[in-house]
Write a protein that binds this ligand. Structure first.
Ligand code: B12
Ligand code: SF4
Ligand code: SF4
Length: 232
């Protein structure tokens, strides 16, 4: 199977079957090599980046007030496992078709000092048309807001590249006042990474979670679906 459009349809349907709501393709060659912590020869052999998004449970997020809850922590962990599983299933499907694929973990650090992973799922998702980087520093999808988690699969199988979104936060400021650390500012580039990070470390310590989580700005960014009161 070498028709790029057919390949997209097949992989999209597969991801949907496994519970994902968003699918897009980015051209990895549009990224600077320094943005990807993988050997350059490996990047050259995997020119496409598939971005997959899972719509988080709105019911669980609605229960989050100004700090993460045990329900959210469990959800966060299970969704990471599901996204990693989807990455593996996409990988084996592509390999069966005779091409290479490499799934990037949903949540794994390779540089603790700068808090960097192999690559940014958000930047890939933006390039793959899933949304834009919002004031809350997260990927914002028009339908689901920031209530999504992401995974990326790099591959050599021929695919049709998606167009990036032209939308942005516009006049919305819903996430600014809710952040317990005051890390979210009107200009996205002023987002205070360190304040956010320190707040998450406090949550982990005081609430006894083994990961740095929060969820407050995820909840605040509802997207069109919740704002319109639409539920599946
Ligand atoms: C490390 C990490 C964190 C760290 C640091 C984040 C950061 N880089 O600022 C901490 C623990 C703070 C964190 C917090 C959160 N995260 Co996080 N995180 C990641 C992870 C694993 C890697 C991010 C990465 O490599 N980025 C690459 C760099 C180049 O991109 P960047 O963030 O734009 O780069 C900046 C930082 O590196 C910063 N920087 C430089 N030096 C230092 C040093 C320190 C100490 C810090 C903090 C930052 C920093 O400067 C860069 C330029 O601005 C990704 C998964 C992934 N592979 O993408 C998830 C991910 C970004 N996280 C996610 C989420 C949801 C969260 C939280 C809501 C926590 C939660 N689950 O409840 C908060 C939200 C914070 C926010 N508003 O941005 C989701 C985002 C989904 C979405 N809709 O966008 C991701 C994509 C995980 C996933 N699989 O879905 N996260
Ligand atoms: S994760 Fe929490 S502390 Fe960090 S920006 Fe979002 S609301 Fe603020
Ligand atoms: S809540 Fe509004 S301002 Fe904040 S990231 Fe989402 S769309 Fe942008």
């Amino acid at each position: 199977m070498t028709n790029p459009q057919e390949n997209v349809e097949k992989l999209k349907a597969l991801c949907r079957q496994w519970g994902s709501s968003l699918f897009g393709v980015a051209d990895l060659r549009s990224f600077r090599k320094e943005e990807i912590l993988l050997p350059p020869s490996l990047i050259d052999s995997l020119p496409y980046a598939i971005s997959v998004g899972y719509h988080l449970s709105d019911a669980i997020l609605e229960e989050v007030e100004n700090q993460p809850t045990p329900l959210y922590f469990h959800h966060y962990q299970r969704v990471n496992i599901l996204l990693d599983t989807i990455g593996l299933i996409v990988t084996s499907t592509i390999q069966d078709l005779g091409y290479q694929a490499l799934a990037i973990a949903a949540s794994q650090l390779v540089d603790w000092k700068t808090q960097k992973a192999h690559l940014s799922h958000k930047h890939v998702a933006r390039a793959a048309g899933l949304g834009w980087i919002g004031r809350n520093n997260l990927l914002v999808n028009e339908q689901f807001g920031s209530r999504i988690r992401l995974v990326t699969v790099l591959t050599g199988i021929p695919l049709v590249v998606s167009s990036p979104s032209v939308k942005d936060c516009g006049s919305c400021l819903d996430c600014l006042s809710v952040c317990p650390a005051g890390a979210i500012k009107e200009r996205q580039k002023d987002f205070d990474h360190l304040r956010c990070y320190e707040q998450l470390r406090i949550f982990a310590k005081t609430l006894h979670f083994s990961h740095n989580i929060c969820g407050v700005c995820v909840k605040a960014c509802r997207g069109k679906r919740q704002k319109n009161g639409m539920m599946e």
